[in-house]
Ligand binder design. Structure first.
Ligand code: BTN
Length: 261
């Protein structure tokens, strides 16, 4: 394990423990095992150098090679109605966005609901899963990777590629993400909605004002994205002028011309 990950410092008393691993199948899977074995797991962080079965949204795999990124799961037991838990994905997305901006001066954007995009390419993905009353927020940030191969070349980027830095320090970024997440999470536990960061989200969301294709189970249509609401749903306006609120569990959206345009 490289030094930068070993040196992470947990500040304050919210984050309880950090567990570091050289290799795991997936930090989210390990978090599920952790929850199965420990009643008290709130505020535990799992990080590994390398995942052999990194998992993405919608059953995709997530490339997670040694030394190239931050592969991390936050384990939380928020004692909130479970239907509110998916909003924690948005909290994490906003935390990562601010942390990258603060640490590197880059200006990441968000593709609804929670892909973090820099210069039109994805730098971070988030996969939130639940196990009993536990919520697992899995965060994958491409940090040190110098180049992507194959189909990822057109859609993936990293902090190294965007800054020109060689092996950017992961300690500072993890600490910043944890601090930003804790801040928004404490407010969220009181409001149980996204009112605190809706405006900031919409200012940084790449889809706003653009054409999107809404792909649901039973229907598919074109619309213009207007903004995210306080529940984390995307408000879209159809060509007929109908305003729909779509949830990320039910639909996916495609930017009509990729992330960038
Ligand atoms: C996406 O498809 O955009 C979500 C990717 C989430 C990847 C992270 S890496 C840490 C955690 N463990 C996993 O297996 N997946 C998430």
């Amino acid at each position: 394990m490289e030094k930068d990950l070993q040196n992470i410092v947990l500040k304050g008393d919210f984050w309880k423990k950090i567990c570091l691993y050289e290799e795991l199948d997936s930090t989210n899977l390990e978090a599920k095992r952790y929850l199965a074995e420990n009643e008290e797991a709130d505020g535990v962080i799992l990080i590994c150098e390398q995942q052999t079965q990194g998992r993405g949204r919608r059953g995709r795999t997530w490339v997670s090679q040694a030394g190239d990124g931050i592969w991390m799961s936050l384990v939380l037991q928020p004692q909130i109605p479970l239907e509110k838990a998916p909003m924690m994905t948005i909290l994490a997305g906003m935390a990562v966005r601010s942390a990258i901006q603060k640490c590197y001066g880059l200006k990441p954007q968000i593709k609804w609901p929670n892909d973090i995009i820099i210069n039109g390419k994805k730098v971070c993905g988030i996969l939130t899963e639940m196990r009993g009353q536990g919520v697992i927020v899995g965060i994958g940030i491409n940090v040190g990777i110098e180049a992507f191969a194959g189909e990822l070349e057109a859609i993936g980027t990293s902090i190294a590629m965007e800054t020109g830095m060689h092996k950017p320090d992961r300690k500072l970024l993890v600490e910043a993400v944890l601090q930003e997440f804790e801040e928004v999470y404490q407010t969220f536990k009181v409001t149980l909605d996204l009112s605190q960061l809706k405006d900031a989200y919409n200012q940084n969301c790449i889809n706003i004002g653009r054409q999107v294709r809404v792909i649901g189970v039973n229907e598919e249509y074109m619309a213009v994205a207007e903004g995210m609401d306080e529940e984390g749903e995307l408000i879209v306006v159809t060509p007929e002028g109908t305003r729909n609120h779509v949830s990320s569990g039910e639909v996916t959206i495609r930017g009509v011309m990729g992330y960038a345009r």
